[in-house]
Design a protein around this ligand. Sequence first.
Ligand code: SF4
Length: 320
Amino acid sequence: MINNPVSLVIGITNQCNLSCKFCFNGKHAIKYSNSIKRGVMSLATFKEILCQAKGFVSHIELGLFGEPTIHPYFIEMVTLAVNEGFSVGVYSNGTLLNSEISQQLLQTGLTSITISVDGMTDDEYEQIRSGGRYHIVEDNLKFLLAYRKKIKKNLPLIGIRSVLFSDTLDQKKIKRRFVDRLGVDFISFAPLDNWNGTVNINNDSTSFTITENRYSFNRCEFPWMVLSVNWNGDILPCCDDYMGKNILGNVNKQNLQSIWNGKQLKTIRLALKSRSFNQIIKNTGCASCSMLHRKSIPKKLEFNLILVALRETWKRLLDA
Ligand code: SF4
């Protein structure tokens, strides 16, 4: 028997107000990603997920394939999940977190908020995150941090996440701006991703497809760690499969726990573990995923930055 997932990732919508260049909403999206139906999760489906997740997972993350703050019941959903006893993390681009929503969100008792930020000026930001403005995100971030202080709460932890476009990205400069100057609790870096073959990140859409001669691919750990649910209830083994090439079932018909321990996910795990071309092609929809071909991430530096930020947070908690 495998351990339960570390986290359940729920996509309450796959719609977004930005069109970032590295995203399936952006200019490098491969044409057929436009054929994906967009929508928002119903409250009934969300409640069904919470019901199935109780006793099975303890941590829920909102933010999969879309911007959760645009959901009309965003605050209600966070509140419901917190009241059911889950620790809840929210991933947002931060552009719509105005003072009113931020105040409501901080009152829910959630555990963490991760704001995706790329660039440190409006020009830099807009080149990557089309449709947004850096200064608005920074103002929203400052408000979140100030309001948490005002209401004397230690949680949620508030941090940022940047896409690691290249090894030359100045991680130390990012740390100086966000940890030292603004006082965020953590920074993380997400490697550039092709969302299981949906975004062209190499000017060659086929370059990430496994071929028989490419045996040196990584092992993906997602199906051992997370389970994801898309806005329409579809269950997926990871947070990368935007096109739904590995749909395992639907929460309105199947149960999360039986899917987690079920035959289809077991077969996917075995195929990924084997790193065998034939097994991956035959038993998974993962063949085009950059996760299997990614260059190594400078984990040491990333880990150090997170540690620095958490050490500061710990000091703040002790001083409080
Ligand atoms: S390799 Fe498969 S399971 Fe892993 S992230 Fe890619 S699509 Fe998801």
